[in-house]
Design a protein around this ligand. Sequence first.
Ligand code: GLP
Length: 253
Amino acid sequence: MSINAPEASGIEPIELSPSLPLPLYLQLAKHLRNQITSGKLAEYNALPGERELAETFGVSRVTVRKALSSLTAEGLLNKRQGSGWFINNSPHVEQRLSALTSFTEDMSSRGLQSGTVWLGRSISHATPEEALALNLRPREEVVRLNRLRLADTTPLAIELSVVPTKFLPDPFAFDGSLYQHLRNLGHAPHRALQRLSAVRLIPDLARQLELPEGAPALYIERRTFLENGTPLEFVASHYRGDAYDFVVELTLT
Ligand code: GLP
C-alpha cells in the first residue's frame, strides 16, 4: 500500500499545555482523534512521522508514541512495522435501535455490500442458557451459525446465531441473509430484544476483526421472536467499537 500522509503542518495546529490536568499525550491523542473522526484527514491513509509530529506539537517522541498507541487501542490507527501509523478508514455505520433489520439490510441501505465469512455452522443440543433464551426443552436441537460479517471487505462484526432446528432444519441451506432465508421458510423475524454492553476484544476476536487485542467493542445479545411471540433466534455478537454508532429515537410519552 502506498503511504499518503499529510505534512505535519497539514494537521490543524494546537498548543499543548503541561499546566492542564490532562497529560500531554492525552491532549495530543484528543486532538488527533478529533482530526480523524471529523473526517479532516479522510483523504490520507497515514499520519506524518513521529519526529515530525513531535516537532510540530513541541513534545517528545515518547509523548507522540503514547498518544498514537492509545488511538491504536481505540481502533483509529494501525501501526505497521517500519512504515508508520496508518489511519483506519473503515466504514462507519449508524444503526437505529428501534428498527428490526438484518445485517444485509443495514449494509445495503448504506450502499455497502454485505459479506459473510463462515466460521462455523452445525447442529447440536441447546446449552441451558440457550434453552432458557429460546424457551426450549433441555437439549432440544439448535442450529449454530458463527459468522464474520463484512461491509465490502472490512470486518464489522462477529455473530453467533442460535436457531432451533424446528425453524431452520439445515444450516447449509443458505449462504446470504439468514433473515431472508427464515422469511422464505415462513418464519419471519417480527420483534427483538437487544442488550448492549461495552467490552474489550479478547485476542481471537480481535484478530478476526483485524483490531489490536483489547480494542473496544460492543457486545450485543439479541432475542428475536416470531409474530406469535415464540423465540426464533438467540444471537451473541461483537461489533467493532470504531465502526458502529447505535442511534435511539426518544419520544415524549
Ligand atoms: C443483525 C442481527 C442478528 C441477525 C442478523 C441477520 O446483524 N444483529 O441478530 O442474525 O442481523 O442478518 P442477515 O439476514 O444479513 O444474515
